[in-house]
Design a protein around this ligand. Structure first.
Ligand SMILES: [Zn+2]
Ligand SMILES: [Zn+2]
Length: 764
């Protein structure tokens, strides 16, 4: 048989996932010789063997790739015969203009968990155990190609035992860059007085567990930053954490040792269990069971609790099951207010010492901070709420190659997005761009992504809102680098994000029900209850909620009672004495509000659907003032009756949705003493029925059955599932986000798609 040689190039997530040892072992199985190496754009292989051997070798690369690998393309080329004698893994080659995707961080794998609790293992109870299949990635990578010197593990020299594992292609730790052991790797310690080691290694963990059991608040350095932890069953500890963190109501995330424990507190379906156990190990929102012993103040007014499993060995050791120790920990971001999660030991000491009673620290630096991801399931499929650890920086795959652009993203729940070839790098959750720290972190993150993925934007997209920090960044940078800049209307970006995520061609006219909190409208008013028809170039506003005033802007967003009164006023309905929002405001506030509305002083108009939810929640006495975004809507949803089928009427005035009949229906129900739970459910049903009527109108006029459901209001699961059900049953095709959140964290992706499309059109 004649021997031939081939060059194989593979693109995708193939570094840091055990790909080279997999190729090595495969080559040995088929008896082919040659080499494999990482390049800055993927993995290169050269092999010599018989044609049929090489064919099966190649097919097997695609069929049996390691679980964390994601192959985007495999190309081969016949090359002149090379007489290789063996198969080798050779050093990386760096070509600085190429790029490859970088693996997100991966939750501890089953093998490492077994070793962690095996007294015979040399890494027994070592809190940084990891292997090729698990451990830190994105958070420790400074640059590519992914090799140890380019990670924050560079400072830890491997001991002979670790080195042997690292160099042995048959070992599970072959080329696992963060490989470490108690002899050579990072260590933990406990500080009670900041700066002074109170205990080290296992002692530190033992004492930290004791502090949690005693009701203390612990700052724990994890994978993507610091958490604040306390015993979730201890209401007094939770209250202290709330008071010190100045976070009165916003729900806390929880962590428990295993699924069995989680099952005691929430309803776990097959789909949510899969998510909890996935390598991404996100926080998963699940329905609360009644009669649990989680402190009520962990998630006040919520129907759901957010749980995650321990995703690092340190978390497992902290939660190990033992009588007298907490079964479930509160695990909330270690930060102040809306600042970024803290990642450095010094700043954590400085900023968290007023909150935490002690610090469980370690000396493995975190290069890139990242929050925990949050997901729920809708129709048994994952539905993202916050996309961060475990998911970013995985790119969104595109149908077509795009020019390199940057989308600066929105103000709230900010992410940014960079494109290159057939990838859109939608960043991890950055957060609320309201303070200097977040803005600094945002700029650093953009530079990091641009350098990791070798991207030089040719155009910049930004939100129409002139005051957003992201808008200012985009315009400043476009001017400095002389790049074309494209303003993108907020809800148009939502529509485009949904379209491209679902593989709709960028030029195809598509309709969307874009229900959101706040977005700067093309006419300068505040939009948010919009039905748009458009593509990646332009759009038209088909229908929208009839605008009502937002007196004083921010103050009314924080005070749903004001929104309720403003809405009643706009529809000519009286502020009756017995109404909750009337009683919630002082006589002085009310007498200032009325002339403000009548004269239109500092009262921008809004068609926001989020604000309508606020108004209804306040009108029926669920929530008059909020301490976190969407609190009123979340509490309104949580108490909705399960079985009620009724709904209220509404009226279409041309392109405007007139909700006066709806408000009158609610007022009648209130006067007849109907419960909040019945009224809430009727209101949710009404919005779903409204969607159906809008869908029918769109179909009649534009013959379009596809409907993008995007915007923060679609985090409302009751509304979403009811709407999907109604649309499905009536022959429509509702399209919901699956790879990115429906809230403003998807806006950057839509901006990027519109920017790239407009840039290509302008260059034609
Ligand atoms: Zn592992
Ligand atoms: Zn070692």
């Amino acid at each position: 048989m004649t021997q031939v040689s081939r060059h194989i190039h593979i693109n995708g997530i193939v570094q840091g996932v055990g790909f080279r040892p997999f190729i090595y072992n495969l080559a040995r199985t088929y008896g082919v010789n040659g080499w494999v190496r990482n390049s800055a754009s993927g993995v290169d292989i050269e092999v010599t063997g018989e044609t049929n051997e090489l064919d099966v070798f190649q097919a097997d690369i695609l069929h049996s790739a390691p679980p964390l690998a994601q192959i985007d393309s495999l190309s081969t080329e016949d090359i002149p015969l090379k007489p290789f004698k063996t198969f080798k893994i050779i050093p990386s080659k760096d070509k600085s203009t190429d790029f490859i995707p970088v693996s997100p961080d991966v939750a501890i794998c089953g093998d490492c968990q077994r070793e962690l609790f095996d007294p015979q293992d040399r890494r027994y109870r070592y809190p940084f155990i990891n292997c090729t299949n698990c451990g830190p990635r994105f958070t420790i990578i400074k640059d590519i190609p992914y090799d140890r010197p380019k990670t924050t593990m560079a400072g830890f020299e491997m001991c002979p035992d670790c080195l042997e594992e690292y160099e042995n292609p048959g070992d599970r730790r072959f080329h696992a860059q963060p490989v470490a052991c108690p002899v050579c790797g990072p260590q933990v310690w406990l500080e009670v007085t900041p700066g002074i080691h109170h205990a080290e290694k296992n002692d530190a963990i033992e004492q930290a567990r004791q502090l949690l059991a005693d009701g203390k608040i612990l700052a724990v350095k994890g994978l993507g930053g610091y958490h604040l932890a306390c015993d979730a069953a201890n209401a007094e500890a939770v209250a202290r954490l709330r008071e010190r963190k100045e976070r009165p109501d916003k729900p806390f995330a929880l962590m428990a040792f295993d699924i069995e424990t989680i099952r005691q507190y929430v309803k776990v379906s097959t789909a949510t269990e899969d998510l909890l156990r996935s390598p991404q190990a996100p926080i998963v929102l699940m329905q609360k069971k009644t009669g649990d012993n989680i402190a009520e103040n962990v998630a006040p007014g919520q129907a759901n609790l957010g749980f995650m499993l321990p995703y690092t060995p340190l978390h497992l050791l902290l939660l190990e099951k033992e009588a007298g120790y907490p079964e479930v920990m509160v695990m909330t971001s270690g930060n102040l207010a809306e600042e970024p999660i803290l990642r450095e030991n010094d700043t954590a000491r400085e900023k968290l010492s007023g909150i935490a009673d002690a610090f469980l620290m370690h000396n493995r630096p975190i290069h890139r901070r990242i929050d925990d991801s949050v997901l729920t399931t809708v129709e048994d499929q994952p539905y993202p709420i916050r996309r961060a650890r475990g998911y970013a920086p995985n790119p969104i795959r595109l149908e077509d190659a795009l020019p390199q652009v940057l989308a600066a993203g929105p103000q709230m729940k900010n992410t940014f997005c960079l494109t290159r070839d057939r990838y859109a790098f939608l960043s991890h959750y950055i957060g609320e761009m309201e303070n200097w720290e977040t803005y600094q972190d945002y700029q650093r993150a953009i530079r990091h992504y641009e350098s990791l993925f070798r991207i030089q934007p040719q155009a910049i997209g930004y939100d129409l809102h002139p005051d957003y920090l992201s808008t200012k960044y985009a315009l400043k940078r476009a001017e400095a680098e002389r790049l074309p800049a494209y303003a993108v209307q907020h809800h148009h970006a939502h529509l485009a994000a949904g379209m491209i995520e679902h593989g709709i061609a960028p030029g195809e006219q598509t309709a969307g029900l874009i229900f959101d909190g706040t977005g700067y409208g093309a006419d300068g008013t505040v939009w948010g209850g919009e039905v748009l028809l458009g593509n990646c170039d332009n759009f038209q506003r088909l229908y929208h909620l009839k605008p009502v005033p937002l007196p004083g802007g921010e103050v009314t967003i924080r005070t749903p009672a004001r929104m309720a009164l403003s809405t009643l006023w706009a529809y000519g309905l009286p502020w009756k004495e017995n109404l909750s929002p009337v009683n919630a405001l002082s006589a002085k506030e009310r007498s200032a509000l009325r002339p403000q509305l009548e004269k239109g002083i500092n009262s921008p108009l809004t068609s926001s659907m989020g604000r309508l939810f606020d108004a209804v929640a306040a009108l029926i006495g669920v929530r008059e003032r909020v301490t976190y975004e969407a609190q009123a809507a979340i509490e309104l949803e949580a108490l909705a009756d399960e079985d009620e089928l009724g709904y209220y009427p509404w009226q279409m005035d041309g392109s405007q949705i007139n909700i006066k009949p709806l408000l009158e229906g609610i007022l009648t129900d209130l006067s007849e003493g109907k419960s909040q739970s019945i009224i809430s459910r009727r209101f949710h049903n009404t919005i779903a029925e409204l969607c159906l009527e809008l869908a029918r109108a769109i179909k009649k006029e534009f013959n379009s059955q596809k409907l993008i459901l995007s915007g923060g209001v679609w985090q409302n699961q009751l509304l979403l599932e009811k709407t999907i059900h109604l649309l499905d049953n009536n022959g429509f095709q509702p399209l919901v986000h699956r790879q990115m959140p429906p809230n403003d964290s998807c806006v950057a992706f839509g901006q990027a798609m519109i920017t790239a499309y407009r840039l290509m059109k302008d260059k034609e």
